[in-house]
Ligand binder design. Structure first.
Ligand code: OOG
Ligand code: NI
Length: 266
């Protein structure tokens, strides 16, 4: 098994543990005779140069991935890049980072204390993106982060892991549309993120996406265990460009709503 294959396997195993719903949906699709191909995998980080996008991207670049698109999310203070491999069976990689200098002094200071706790050994690990949470944090610190930025809160609780895997709807044989897959997912008891409509994007935009709402997970903080939103599963259908090639990028307006799949719900 190549280093990349084993990294992808580790990320998938951790993701399934964090979101048993994804495992269940994957299983249901397999039982229908589908072979699930991942369209992309997404990661989150801070733009601190010790852990920024470039650092998380390392194992993918080493494995031959190339940087392709970049995206801005002004309302959420996020920046993102995506990477592609010439082997189209390999998932695209989407990595976003929180622009710390646009955040409050308190949030910046907290982020620094979290990153300061990562050992130099861990920082130099080529596979930082799969190391999980490398710091201690208490629930009240998480709560103050999440008040300012849901993204910062999520990252502080889970650290470095796949935030979601994404089923390629194009590769499914028994679903004619994303709508049909959404109905299948919902009828099996898994609610979808309805923010901005269940389907984000359109055939004209060359990408349609939907996602489950992140599963609640018990997370241990230094002052106790609390149930908070963890990872989600995404579904993406891509369309051909006028030149006949399939669109491989992302749509910032849609992604902006997909991020909200990990928001807290009352
Ligand atoms: C990423 C959200 C954006 C997409 O496919 O547009 C995204 C995240 O939640 O970290 O994955
Ligand atoms: Ni995604």
């Amino acid at each position: 098994m190549s280093q990349l294959d084993s990294l992808l396997q580790t990320l998938w195993d951790t993701f399934q543990e964090m979101n048993p719903q994804a495992e269940a949906i994957h299983q249901l699709l397999s039982e229908r005779g589908e072979t699930v191909i991942n369209d992309h995998i997404a990661f989150r980080t801070f733009d601190d140069p010790r852990v920024g996008i470039q650092i998380l991207a390392k194992p993918f670049l080493v494995a031959g991935y190339k940087e392709c698109g970049s995206y801005e999310f002004p309302g959420k203070h996020l920046f993102a890049k995506h990477y592609e491999h010439s082997d189209e069976q390999l998932p695209k990689i989407f990595i976003s980072e929180l622009k710390l200098n646009e955040m409050s002094e308190e949030l910046q200071a907290t982020a620094k204390t979290l990153v300061d706790q990562i050992s130099s050994h861990e920082l130099s690990s080529r596979q930082l993106c799969a190391q999980g949470r490398l710091w201690d944090i208490d629930h009240s610190t998480y709560s103050s982060l999440v008040e300012e930025s849901e993204y910062a809160g999520w990252l502080s609780a889970f650290g470095f892991c796949a935030n979601h895997f994404t089923v390629s709807v194009n590769a499914l044989k028994s679903f004619m549309s994303l709508q049909e897959l959404n109905e299948f997912v919902k009828s099996n008891g898994f609610p979808l993120n309805a923010m901005g409509g269940e389907i984000k994007g359109s055939p004209e935009e060359l990408l349609e996406q939907s996602s489950t709402l992140a599963a609640q997970m018990d997370v241990s903080f230094s002052d106790g265990t609390f149930s908070i939103p963890s990872c989600y599963y995404e579904f993406a259908r891509r369309y051909e460009q006028p030149d006949g090639k399939i669109f491989t990028g992302f749509i910032a307006k849609s992604a902006d709503k997909i991020f909200q799949s990990t928001d807290r719900r009352e």
